[in-house]
Design a protein around this ligand. Structure first.
Ligand SMILES: [Zn+2]
Length: 382
C-alpha cells in the first residue's frame, strides 16, 4: 500500500513537471522557432570544424582574413590553441569574442558567418566596416569547455591530469570570472588578457547564451538580451571615465536594438537575472569585459591602464540546459550575425555615438530589484 502510494506521488510529480514544461513551451511559442527537442551536437560547430572553417575563410579571402593562434601568449589548460581571426584595415579596433562559456555554442557559428561575409562580400556596408575598422575575433575562447560541453573549464596539472580539490573533485573555473586581481587561475585567461593588452581595442562585443526568459509584460520568449557585466546606470559604470562608458554601452545596446527589432521573431530586452516580478542586473568586476572597462592592470601586463567599453549579446537557450533545439538554431545564429554586423558598422562609422543613451530605457526590462555584485546585492535606487 505504502509502495503504491509512493508510486502515485512519483508518477504525479513526473506528470506535473511534464505538464508544466509543455505549458511554458506553449507560452513561449511567439518568441521564434521552438527550442524544444534534443540539442544536436552535429548541428553546432566543433573546435576542429572551427579550425577547418577559419583556414578555409582565410584561403578564399585571399589573405583578407588573417587567421592565427595565441600560442605565443599561451594555450588552454588542456593544451589547445586559441584561434584569432583579424580582418579590416581601419583605425577603429573592435574585439569580438564568443563561447567563453563552452556550452554557449551558436555564438561561434555567428562569428564564423561574419568572417565569411567579411572575407568574400564586396557590399558597401562591408567595405565601410573594413575600411574604418579592424576586427579581432576570437570565435571560441574556451575550446576545452566547448569539447566537454561545460560552461566552465577544468584546470590541469603539469602531468596533464585534472587538478583535484580537497574533496577529490576536478577543479573547474568560470573563465568569465577570471580576469581579476586574485584570478587568472586558467592559462587561457592569461593568454587572452596578454593579447588584449597588446591589441588595445577601442570596443568589445562578448557573445553569450542565457536560459529561457520572457519579455516583461508579454508571453514572448526573449530571443536576445542586451547588457553588460557592469550594469549601465549601475553602481560602477557611471564612475568610469566620467561616465563615458556608461553612455557608450547604452548607445551600443540601443543601436543593436534598433537594428534588430524589425527582424522576424525577434524579442529583445535588457539582460537581467533572477526569476520573479522584479529582476537583477549584474555588476561584477572579474568578468572579462568588466575588467576591460575597468582597465585592469594585472601583473603589470597593462601598465598604461588601457580600457574599452563593451557589451554582451545574450542569446536564448544553451546546451547546458538542453534547451537549444535545432529548429531555432539557424534563426538565433542569424540574429547574432545581423546584430554583430550592424554594431560593427555603427562603431566603424561612429553612428553609435549619435544615439541618445537615455533611449536605453526603451529596451524592455523587468522592474529593477537591484544589482548582483561581487559582494552581494545592492538594491536599486541607492
Ligand atoms: Zn555566458
Amino acid at each position: 500500500m505504502k509502495k503504491r502510494f509512493l508510486f502515485f506521488i512519483v508518477f504525479g510529480l513526473i506528470f506535473a513537471s511534464a505538464f508544466s514544461s509543455s505549458v511554458s513551451a506553449a507560452d513561449t511559442v511567439p518568441g521564434g522557432p521552438s527550442t524544444e527537442g534534443n540539442t544536436s551536437y552535429e548541428s553546432v560547430i566543433s573546435y576542429d570544424e572551427m579550425i577547418k572553417g577559419l583556414k578555409q575563410i582565410e584561403h578564399t579571402s585571399k589573405g583578407k582574413v588573417e587567421v592565427f593562434t595565441l600560442d605565443d601568449y599561451g594555450k588552454s589548460e588542456q593544451d589547445r590553441s586559441i584561434y584569432v581571426a583579424k580582418v579590416g584595415s581601419g583605425p577603429v579596433k573592435i574585439w569580438v569574442q564568443a563561447q567563453i562559456h563552452g556550452d554557449e555554442k551558436l555564438t561561434t557559428g555567428a562569428v564564423m558567418e561574419l568572417l565569411k561575409t567579411f572575407g568574400s562580400n564586396g557590399s558597401k556596408e562591408v567595405k565601410t566596416i573594413l575600411e574604418n575598422a579592424t576586427i579581432y575575433a576570437i570565435p571560441m575562447y574556451n575550446p576545452d569547455g566547448s569539447l566537454m560541453n561545460t560552461r566552465t573549464t577544468t584546470l590541469y596539472d603539469e602531468s596533464g591530469e585534472p587538478r583535484k580539490d580537497n574533496r577529490g573533485r576536478n577543479m573547474t573555473i568560470d573563465l568569465n570570472r577570471d580576469w581579476a586581481e586574485n584570478g587568472f587561475a586558467a592559462k587561457e585567461s592569461l593568454a587572452v588578457y596578454k593579447y588584449w593588452a597588446d591589441v588595445k581595442p577601442d570596443y568589445a562585443v562578448d557573445l553569450h547564451h542565457q536560459g529561457l526568459k520572457t519579455v516583461y509584460g508579454t508571453n514572448y520568449s526573449t530571443s536576445m538580451s542586451l547588457g553588460v557585466s557592469l550594469a549601465p546606470n549601475g553602481p560602477t559604470l557611471p564612475g568610469i571615465k566620467g561616465g563615458l562608458y556608461n553612455d557608450l554601452t547604452r548607445q551600443m545596446s540601443v543601436y543593436v536594438y534598433d537594428a534588430l527589432k524589425d527582424y522576424g521573431h525577434m524579442h529583445i530586452d535588457r539582460y537581467q537575472t533572477g526569476s520573479g516580478e522584479k529582476r537583477y542586473e549584474i555588476d561584477i568586476k572579474g568578468g572579462v569585459v568588466s575588467a576591460m572597462m575597468i582597465g585592469l592592470n594585472y601583473d603589470n601586463i597593462n601598465p598604461t591602464g588601457h580600457s574599452n567599453p563593451a557589451i554582451f549579446f545574450e542569446t536564448k537557450g544553451n546546451t547546458r540546459d538542453g534547451n537549444l533545439g535545432q529548429k531555432s538554431n539557424g534563426h538565433l545564429e542569424k540574429q547574432n550575425y545581423l546584430g554583430l554586423k550592424a554594431l560593427l558598422y555603427g562603431l566603424a562609422t561612429d553612428e553609435v555615438k549619435q544615439v541618445d543613451p537615455d533611449r536605453w530605457e526603451e529596451i524592455p526590462a523587468y522592474p529593477l530589484a537591484g544589482y548582483q555584485t561581487d559582494t552581494g546585492i545592492v538594491p536599486a535606487g541607492n
